[in-house]
Design a protein around this ligand. Structure first.
Ligand code: ATP
Ligand code: MG
Length: 239
C-alpha cells in the first residue's frame, strides 16, 4: 500500500528577470512506516520538495495523492477518502496536514512562552481541547525523549539538543502517518546529532511512522531505508 505518491511535480520561483525552475518533474512514493533520506546540493530544492509533500506549498504542476488517513480521521468523516493535492480545498488540506503530517525543522520553532509539555499539546489544540489521554501521550513522548524532568521548562531553559528533542516529540504528538524533517539535527554537534538520530528512529519503529528526512549527514542518510538524491530538478535513487 502506498501512503503518499507524487507524480511530475514542477515548481518554479520568480527571480530577477524571470524564474528558476527548481523541481522539473519529481516522482516520489512513500510506503507506510518507511524512512527515506533526501540528499542533494544546497539550493537543489530539498526544502521546496518537503513543503510540497507536507502541503505547506503547492506545485505548479503535478499531483500528490495521499492515502486515506486511516485511524487519523474519525469513522464517517468524508475526509477518509484519498486526497489529491492540489485540487482539494485549503480547508481540507489543512485538516489533513494537522492530523497526518508532523514537521521537524532545523530550528525548533518552539513557542518561547510555553513549557515543553505545553508545546507538545499545541498540535492537539489545533484539533480539539486536549483530553487526559493527550496529556498521557505527551508524557510518554517526553519520556521516550528522556525529557520527563524537563516537562515544565520553557525553551529558553533547555539546551539546544533538548529543544530539538521537544520539537521531535511535538512532531509525533498527533500520531502522524508521516514525519517530514528538514535538516533536523543540522544545528547540533556530532554526538548530540547521533543521539537524536537514534531517538527519532526508535520512535519511528515504535509508532510505524513514515519518515522523509532531508539531510547533509551521510550517517543519518545511511540509517534510512532508502536514499534519494535531488539534483538538476529531479529525484533519483542513490545506489
Ligand atoms: N519562496 C521562494 N522564493 C524565491 N525563490 C525561492 C523560494 N524558495 C526557494 N527558492 C529558491 O529555490 C531554490 C531551492 O531552494 P530550497 O530551499 O528548496 O533548496 P535546498 O535544497 O533546501 O537547499 P539547502 O540545502 O541550502 O537548504 C533556491 O535557489 C532558492 O533560492
Ligand atoms: Mg533546505
Amino acid at each position: 500500500m502506498v501512503l503518499l505518491e507524487a507524480s511530475g511535480l514542477v515548481k518554479s520561483f520568480p527571480k530577477a528577470g524571470g524564474s528558476v525552475e527548481v523541481l522539473r518533474g519529481v516522482d516520489f512514493r512513500l510506503d507506510p512506516g518507511e524512512a527515506v533520506a533526501v540528499i542533494g546540493p544546497s539550493g537543489a530544492g530539498k526544502s521546496t520538495l518537503l513543503n510540497l509533500l507536507g502541503a505547506l506549498d503547492r506545485p505548479d504542476a503535478g499531483t500528490i495523492r495521499l492515502a486515506a488517513a486511516h485511524a487519523a480521521y474519525p469513522v464517517g468523516s468524508t475526509d477518509r477518502e484519498a486526497l489529491t493535492l492540489p485540487t482539494r480545498s485549503l480547508r481540507a488540506v489543512t485538516a489533513w496536514r494537522r492530523r497526518v503530517v508532523g514537521f521537524v525543522f532545523q530550528y525548533h520553532f518552539l513557542l518561547p512562552d510555553f513549557t515543553a509539555l505545553e508545546n507538545l499539546l499545541l498540535p492537539v489544540r489545533l484539533l480539539r481541547e486536549p483530553q487526559p489521554a493527550d496529556r498521557e501521550r505527551a508524557d510518554s513522548l517526553l519520556a521516550a525523549m528522556g525529557l520527563t524532568d524537563r516537562a515544565d521548562h520553557r525553551p529558553g531553559e533547555l539546551s539546544g539538543g533538548e529543544q530539538q528533542r521537544v520539537a521531535v516529540a511535538r512532531a509525533f504528538m498527533n500520531r502522524p502517518r508521516i514525519v517530514l524533517a528538514d535538516e533536523p539535527f543540522g544545528n547540533l554537534d556530532r554526538a548530540k546529532g547521533a543521539q537524536l538520530r537514534d531517538l527519532l528512529f526508535a520512535l519511528r519503529d515504535r509508532e510505524g511512522t513514515a519518515l522523509v528526512i532531508v539531510t547533509h549527514d551521510p550517517e543519518l542518510a545511511r540509517q534510512a531505508d532508502r536514499i534519494l538524491e535531488l539534483d538538476g530538478g529531479r529525484l533519483r535513487p542513490v545506489a
